[in-house]
Design a protein around this ligand. Structure first.
Ligand code: UDP
Length: 236
């Protein structure tokens, strides 16, 4: 395996599958199976999950809601998704722990770095819910932060697009894909990989990012085994 400890970032929206809102149980099961395929190879897996399928603070703010209030709702949404993923992983026979950045002790452990590391060493999948625990951040930033804290080898950002393109491939048919790119080139070309805070945090802490299509079965295992899947953002 090329990577021994990974941080997988899944967006909340990805959990919707074909739906307009909420969680598609079929999609959840597929993701759990994909994660199992790498856990079975002895890879240590941490997951940060988004909440966009349920609530986004910015969307609340655009409808007149207080931004911080909306962000709190978004953070709780990520805990809901984390519970759903935990349940799907347990159905696959995988041991998991959900750690939340917001105190919600009856449903999730608090985020404690040393404890998270211990779980990973024991082969448990650790799901980080509640984002960073702070408003005005995103779960991409939470993913970068947690990945650095647990010394992950890489952030794997699972999306519905198979990598980083010269332009949005869903809008521009002439867009071409990069197999590899550097942090510097992403900035120079103004490409969108993660939000600026998350991207900067990864860059400054020398944490590579791979953007890949999580909806293609087998992709996660191939990537972790060292096959060229998606686009890797390298330090140089
Ligand atoms: N959020 C937050 N702080 C964080 C992470 C998330 O306030 O550290 C809130 C924010 O309102 C965000 C929502 O939770 O819109 C859901 O997260 P995100 O939009 O990152 O989810 P995704 O796009 O990955 O589904």
């Amino acid at each position: 395996m090329q990577y021994k400890r990974i941080l997988l970032k899944l967006s909340g929206e990805a959990l919707m599958g074909e739906r307009q809102y909420g969680i598609d149980p079929k999609r959840l099961k597929v993701y759990a199976e994909e994660i199992k395929s790498v856990v079975d190879q002895g890879v240590q897996v941490a997951v940060v999950i988004g909440g966009g399928n349920i609530f986004r603070g910015l969307a609340g703010a655009s409808n007149g809601m207080d931004r911080v209030q909306g962000d709190h709702m978004g953070m709780l949404a990520t805990v809901i998704n984390g519970l759903a993923l935990q349940s799907a992983l347990e159905d696959e026979g995988i041991q998991t722990r959900l750690q939340s950045a917001v105190m919600i002790n009856e449903v999730a452990e608090p985020f404690i770095r040393r404890r998270a590391l211990r779980h990973l060493e024991k082969g448990r999948v650790v799901i980080f819910g509640g984002g960073t625990g702070n408003p005005y951040f995103t779960t991409d930033s939470a993913a970068a932060l947690r990945a650095i804290e647990i010394n992950a080898d890489v952030i794997l950002k699972g999306t519905r697009v198979d990598g980083i393109y010269t332009a949005d491939p869903e809008k521009d048919k002439d867009a071409t894909k990069f197999d590899d790119i550097t942090f510097k080139d992403v900035l120079q070309k103004g490409l969108k990989v993660m939000d600026t805070t998350a991207f900067t945090l990864s860059h400054e802490n020398e944490l590579p990012i791979v953007v890949f299509d999580m909806n293609k079965p087998g992709n996660l295992l191939k990537l972790v085994s060292g096959e060229k899947i998606g686009t890797k953002v390298n330090l140089s």
